[in-house]
Design a protein around this ligand. Structure first.
Ligand SMILES: Cc1cc2nc3c(=O)[nH]c(=O)nc-3n(C[C@H](O)[C@H](O)[C@H](O)COP(=O)(O)O)c2cc1C
Length: 128
């Protein structure tokens, strides 16, 4: 696993709730800071940590730097492994530690769910 830490900081904004529907809720980060980022991370799925502003804990997370939308901005979202609760409006820091795989399209929702579960297992075991 190649380690190249990139940090992203921003507010949690409302997503479309699809992650929650398939059992993997994600916190969607505002993309306001993306254009100003000096080092842009590779698009895809990452293992990393998420920190909540003003709190000392770090939470393991599967982080998605998603495909770009038509404005050229990628989705920035994280599924926190050991956290459940409302993060809307909170300031988060994503630490991207290990690149896992490129984002891909799945024909079946079940295949996507299986892939995400594998990612989460990898994050849980990752030496990060
Ligand atoms: C760790 C993780 C990996 C994911 N990988 C993919 C992926 O490879 N392909 C995909 O379509 N969605 C993936 N998802 C789900 C998307 O991030 C997102 O929730 C889903 O695509 C909803 O898209 P929409 O907001 O455009 O409806 C992943 C989610 C997590 C938490």
């Amino acid at each position: 696993m190649k380690h190249e830490v990139v940090t992203l900081r921003g507010m949690v904004v409302h997503g479309d709730g699809y992650g929650r529907k398939i059992g993997f809720p994600t916190a969607n980060l505002s993309r306001h800071g993306w254009a100003r980022l000096q080092r842009k991370p590779r698009l895809g799925v990452w293992a990393g940590w998420v920190m909540l502003e003003g709190r000392p804990q770090k939470h393991r997370a599967g982080i998605v730097i998603g495909p770009r939308d038509r404005r050229g901005l990628p989705k920035l979202e994280a599924h926190l492994l050991d956290f459940s609760g409302d993060l809307y409006g909170r300031q988060l820091t994503f630490c991207l530690v290990a690149f896992l795989r490129p984002f891909r399209k799945y024909a079946q929702e079940a295949d996507l769910m299986r892939a995400i579960q594998e990612d989460i297992n990898t994050v849980r075991k990752a030496n990060i």
